[in-house]
Design a protein around this ligand. Structure first.
Ligand code: HEM
Length: 168
């Protein structure tokens, strides 16, 4: 939902005509990644957080270019697999140990600053001065509340030490 790169550019190496539009050699073409991700032509309720839309059977129904967080083709992101692995490891570590809660310091807006389009599900206002990199205008402040109470109850089995953790 939040592609860090909101667009990707290519330069035409030769004159090319696609669907009646001629792109002259040397012209820069911008692929609007963010706009594609929120286009209701490709996504039902695009502003709704709905991970099920990435199930294999749902993905089959879409053109692969509808979702381009890491770009596409021979010059797509070289760090994609590393970034995805790193993100999952960080998220799992944080979410296993903490409950993340938004604090009242986080400003919640009803209207986005891009085209003044009303957003039903996502109230974060974006900084539109950051040259294609997506970031919130104001910081998103959260607290991390530990999920577990650590107790002194330590057990030893087969030479390994287990610390008992109880969910709060
Ligand atoms: C969430 C993390 C990341 C996102 C969303 C992201 C996204 C992107 C996007 C959209 C592009 C342009 C692709 C295109 O135009 O088709 C790109 C290019 C690139 N990314 Fe990433 N990236 C991420 C992390 C990384 C990491 C961790 C590395 C390196 C370890 C990396 C290295 C590169 C490089 C070198 C390119 C240029 C590739 C080329 O021009 O051939 N990226 N990335």
């Amino acid at each position: 939902m939040y592609p860090p790169n909101t667009r990707s550019n290519r330069e035409a190496v030769e004159n090319v005509t696609i669907k009646g539009y001629t792109i002259p050699k040397g012209a820069e073409v911008t692929v609007p990644i963010y706009a594609l991700h929120y286009n209701p032509e490709f996504w039902e309720e695009p502003e709704k957080f709905n991970p099920e839309r990435f199930l294999p059977k749902e993905k089959e129904k879409r053109h692969p270019y509808c979702y381009l967080p890491f770009g596409h083709g021979p010059r797509n992101c070289i760090g994609m697999r590393f970034a995805q692995l790193e993100t999952k490891m960080a998220l799992v570590n944080i979410l296993q140990n903490f409950r993340v809660r938004r604090t009242s310091e986080t400003e919640v807006n009803k209207v986005m600053n891009v085209g003044e389009r009303e957003r039903k599900y996502d109230p974060i206002e974006f900084d539109n001065t950051s040259g294609g990199i997506l970031r919130p205008k104001n910081p998103v402040m959260v607290t991390l509340e530990p999920r577990y109470t650590v107790v002194e109850d330590i057990e030893y089995h087969s030479g390994h030490c287990f610390r008992k953790l109880y969910e709060k």
